[in-house]
Design a protein around this ligand. Structure first.
Ligand SMILES: NC(=O)c1ccc[n+]([C@@H]2O[C@H](COP(=O)([O-])OP(=O)(O)OC[C@H]3O[C@@H](n4cnc5c(N)ncnc54)[C@H](OP(=O)(O)O)[C@@H]3O)[C@@H](O)[C@H]2O)c1
Length: 339
């Protein structure tokens, strides 16, 4: 990466299966200058999210615009303002927003880009790319605002070693729940035990439905779903009365050619249960409330921030691939520049 250039990653091809190097193209442009009402931000850290592959594939149905071949890939990150003609943003301020996969960005802080000024909690700024960024808001909105965990409840969390999952596990423990975490492989299962899981299920080796039935003889009270597919189906078979399912994500579906096709959603009926989806952009009005609470938990050492930081903007494509091959532990981020 050249510091005096705006380096960018663009879509070269629609990915099939996991992303591969030929799906990306690298470009460099002169660093742009801000016009009236604009600022120039220098990228510090970028967060990686499974939805980025969907942007590349043209299958994302989120609040961000559809991308074409040749476009800069969408991505949120932490940046510092280095020039400003914007009345609300001053040079030196650290912000969090839609930077895209590039090392500088001109912005007028449109509502679409959702820029937030990062609060200085005396914590590393790098956390603003993940745990104190959209990943943190997703965990908080899905678990605290929608899931409403109650002490003593039996909570199952899939994708438990991932970005959202590793936070949700710790939130559930904070609220006094009994937590069953589902993750791929022995070392991830050991890791989520360290985070507080009472029981773990290795979905790559264990029979998930059998394990859940054994661990939840009276059923699941709350299931936080990050993966969809077979695991969601197994949870639906094991619901307690008035159970809640929070639909956060369905990563197991994102690379399938045909949808899994949930056949047992009617299990909700027998137990008067509910399944509630949410989209994090519908919760941005809760941004500062969520960030203050998460930062407080981190400062009080009640929540351990787990970020998987890869160094170097050149490694962004490899970092995205890690989400789909299961290499990441915690929120996958990229350090573009240390700050
Ligand atoms: N609703 C919203 O607004 C919102 C916002 C943010 C994220 N999300 C969704 O929430 C989920 C978690 O997001 P995240 O950013 O924290 O990512 P993440 O959990 O860190 O995603 C990567 C992890 O997913 C697991 N995974 C990959 N392929 C899988 C498969 N086929 N089956 C089961 N697990 C698989 C892998 O863990 P293992 O090694 O354990 O397999 C991998 O490490 C994603 O589905 C994402 O799309 C939704």
């Amino acid at each position: 990466m050249q510091d005096d250039k705006n380096c960018q990653w663009r879509i070269a091809a629609r990915p099939e299966g996991n992303v591969k190097p030929s799906d990306f193209s690298y470009t460099e442009e002169p660093v742009p200058s801000p016009g009236d009402g604009e600022f120039l931000a220098k990228t510090l850290y970028l967060g990686l999210a499974p939805v980025m592959r969907m942007y590349m594939a043209g299958t994302a149905r989120t609040g961000d615009s559809q991308l074409n071949i040749g476009d800069i890939i969408h991505g949120r990150g932490t940046a510092v303002i280095i020039e400003s003609n914007h009345p609300d943003y001053a040079v030196g301020e650290v912000v969090q927003g839609q930077m895209g996969w590039q090392t500088y960005k001109i912005s007028a802080a449109s509502s679409q880009e959702k820029f937030f000024k990062c609060t200085d909690y005396n914590l590393p700024w790098s956390l603003c790319a993940g745990v104190l960024g959209m990943t943190g808001l997703s965990a908080w909105a899905g678990m605290i605002d929608i899931g409403k965990p109650q002490a003593g409840e039996r909570v199952v969390i899939s994708g438990a070693a991932g970005g959202v999952g590793s936070m949700v596990v710790q939130m559930a423990k904070l609220y006094g729940c009994e937590v069953i975490g589902i993750a791929g492989g022995e070392s991830k299962c050991n890791f989520i035990k360290e985070l507080g899981c009472d029981h773990t299920i290795d979905y790559k080796h264990d029979d998930v439905a059998e394990c859940i039935a054994e661990l939840c003889p009276n059923g699941i009270d709350l299931y936080f779903d990050n993966v969809g597919g077979e695991i969601l189906s197994a949870c639906l078979e094991n619901l307690a009365m008035h159970a809640r399912i929070v639909l956060c994500g369905s990563i197991s579906e994102y690379t399938r050619d045909t949808p899994f096709g949930l056949e047992n959603y009617t299990r909700l009926r027998a137990t008067n249960s509910s399944m509630t989806g949410f989209f994090v952009y519908n919760h941005i009005h809760q941004w500062y409330q969520a960030m203050d609470q998460i930062a407080g938990w981190i400062q009080d050492e009640k929540i351990r921030p787990v970020q998987d930081m890869i160094e170097g903007f050149e490694n962004m494509p490899a970092a995205l691939a890690r989400l789909y091959d299961g290499s990441n532990v915690g929120v996958q981020c990229c350090q573009v520049r240390e700050y």
